[in-house]
Structures are given as structure tokens and as C-alpha cells.
Design a protein around this ligand. Structure first.
Ligand code: ATP
Length: 296
């Protein structure tokens, strides 16, 4: 079983600044670091590090060719990543000495997907394969529709949540990955049990994974809910915690593990990711997770 992750590929430019720049002000930064980013890229890397056969599809500009290298060096198949005339999606991130941040996102190539490109990529996949999506690219609605039509399992992480997601036909989604914020945006409910109950009503056929930060996660199927606690961790940087959880959960299910085991592996992997700085670089490899679980 293969996974096609049709998602964003970003370059994150992180500027260290004394304070976040004010209107009319010009400041010099104390440093600049460039990181691979985007929920799409992070989730593909999480899947691959967890041992799944994952193909990433998405667009990059000439400035983002190194992202392809980053993906392949992390065992993600890059055959369907394509070059666009538009610059690669990027984020300009200011991190102040006080630890505050501000972010400007430029979607760039991530929003240049066409129906023809979607059709071409989907042509390489078949019934039973998994199609994973987030909301950082265009044509998500078309991808859901066509993926479902092909008999693929459609997994959707509606993040960041916006009006576009409301217009998508979410009844075609087989598996949702949502955090508390997205859960509330979909249902209007705040409490985890109410979010689950409401989503069960709206999407009776779907499976739901609701992540609750340091309070763990809940999987909900047609007749059963399973909750697992988070693995205690000294949180250094929670970036990509959710992406790690998604990748590890899916990879474990593909390996034939049951839902509880999949949740527990995902909780362990994401706890390891929050204990380390960075996004995709903080995602642990399968062997490291196995070792940690073995030693518990
Ligand atoms: P992000 O947007 O930062 O990637 P998210 O909001 O999508 O994250 P969360 O619900 O915050 O996702 O976290 C996903 C999972 O990561 C949680 O279910 C939990 O298992 C783990 N996790 C998150 N924060 C912590 C923490 N402080 N300590 C241990 N585990 C954590």
C-alpha cells in the first residue's frame, strides 16, 4: 500500500531579531537560518521516517530545488514533485529575543496546482492506496473528489482551517486528523468529547484522530473511541508535533498495527519531536522510536 501526500513544500526563512519589526522601522537581524518546511513536506518526512512508502507531490520553484534533496535524503519518493515558474512557497519568520514570533506566508508554487497535474499524478496510484492532504495547497477539493472516485483512502488534515475547507465536500473524507482548534472550527464545540460526538454525527462513516497537545489524542471509529495520553516530554519546540503524529499514526496502521498501538507509537514519536528543536529535523526515525518503546 502506497501513500501519496499531495501537499506543500516551503522554505522557512527564520530571522533572529531583537524585537519584531515595527511599522516604518528598518532593523538588522541578528541571524538568519533557512529550513525546509510546510505541513506537506513535514508529514511526508514523518511517514518516510516511520517506514512508510510515501510519494510526495507538489510544486516548487527554482529556488526550492534543495527541498527535493531534503525529501529524498529522508526516503520520500520525489518522482511526482514538479517545478513551477513561480517561486517556492516560503515563510518569513521573525523570532525575537523575548521568544515572540511573527510570520508572513507566501504560498507561491504551492497554489499553482492544476487539475491536469492532479490527474497525471493520481494516474500512478490505485484503489486502496492512501491520499493524504492538508490545506496549504490549491485544488484540495478536486483532490478529495478524484481520490475518492479512484477508491483511495482519503486522509485530510484541514490545517490551516479556513472558509475554503468549509466549501470542500468533507463527506468524502475517510480519515480526519484535527487538533483542538480545527475540531472547534469544524463543530463549534470546545470539549474534546463534544468535538468527537459532533464530528461522528457529521461524518458517520469517517475515522477521526483528534490530537490534544500535552493531553494526548483520541481516535474515533464508527463504534469505538480510544484515547491515549501524551508521553511526558520536556517540550523545547512543538513545531511539527501534529505532523509527526499524523505520519507515525498512518505508517503504523499501514504496517497492520491496531489503532491503540498506532496512537501509542504516534504519541511516542511526537513526544520525541517536541523534545528537539526544528521541524522535519526533529522527527525521529523508526528505529529510535522502536528503541524508546522497547525501553519503556
Ligand atoms: P503543531 O501544529 O505544533 O504541529 P498540532 O496542534 O497539530 O501541533 P498537537 O495536538 O499540539 O498538534 O500535538 C500532536 C501530538 O503531539 C499530541 O497528541 C501529543 O501526543 C504530542 N505532543 C504535543 N505537545 C506535547 C508535549 N508538550 N509533550 C508531549 N507530547 C506532546
Amino acid at each position: 500500500m502506497k501513500v501519496l501526500n499531495f501537499g506543500s513544500l516551503n522554505i522557512d526563512y527564520t530571522y533572529q531579531v531583537e524585537h519584531i519589526v515595527n511599522p516604518k522601522e528598518t532593523i538588522s537581524s541578528l541571524g538568519l537560518e533557512v529550513f525546509p518546511g510546510g505541513k506537506g513536506l513535514n508529514q511526508s518526512i514523518a511517514l518516510a521516517k516511520a517506514g512508510a512508502e510515501v510519494y510526495h507531490a507538489g510544486l516548487i520553484g527554482e529556488d526550492g530545488l534543495f527541498l527535493k534533496e531534503v525529501c529524498s535524503s529522508n526516503h520520500v519518493h520525489t518522482d511526482y514533485i514538479k517545478e513551477s515558474d513561480t517561486r517556492t512557497g516560503n515563510a518569513i519568520i521573525q523570532v525575537s529575543s523575548a521568544g515572540e514570533n511573527s510570520i508572513i506566508l507566501f504560498p507561491g508554487a504551492n497554489r499553482q496546482n492544476t487539475k491536469a497535474y492532479v490527474d497525471e499524478v493520481l494516474g500512478h496510484f490505485e484503489e486502496g492506496d492512501i491520499l493524504l492532504l492538508q490545506n496549504e495547497i490549491n485544488e484540495v477539493d478536486y483532490l478529495i473528489e478524484k481520490g475518492k472516485e479512484k477508491g483511495m483512502t482519503v486522509a485530510f488534515n484541514p490545517s490551516p482551517f479556513d472558509d475554503y475547507v468549509r466549501k470542500c465536500d468533507l463527506t468524502k473524507v475517510d480519515l480526519f486528523f484535527v487538533n483542538e482548534v480545527e475540531g472547534e472550527q469544524i463543530t463549534g464545540e470546545k470539549l474534546p468529547e463534544n468535538i468527537i460526538a459532533c464530528m461522528r454525527e457529521q461524518f458517520p462513516e469517517a475515522e477521526i484522530v483528534l490530537t490534544l497537545g500535552e493531553n494526548g489524542a483520541i481516535w474515533s471509529g464508527k463504534n469505538e473511541n480510544i484515547a491515549v495520553p501524551a508521553v511526558p516530554a520536556e517540550a523545547v519546540d512543538t513545531t511539527a508535533a501534529g505532523d509527526t503524529f499524523t505520519g507515525y499514526f498512518l505508517a503504523a496502521v499501514i504496517e497492520g498495527r491496531n489503532k491503540r498501538q498506532a496512537l501509542e507509537r504516534a504519541a511516542m514519536a511526537s513526544a520525541m519531536a517536541v523534545a528537539k528543536k526544528g521541524a522535519s529535523i526533529s522527527i525521529p526515525w523508526k528505529e529510535e522510536v522502536d528503541q524508546k518503546i522497547g525501553s519503556e
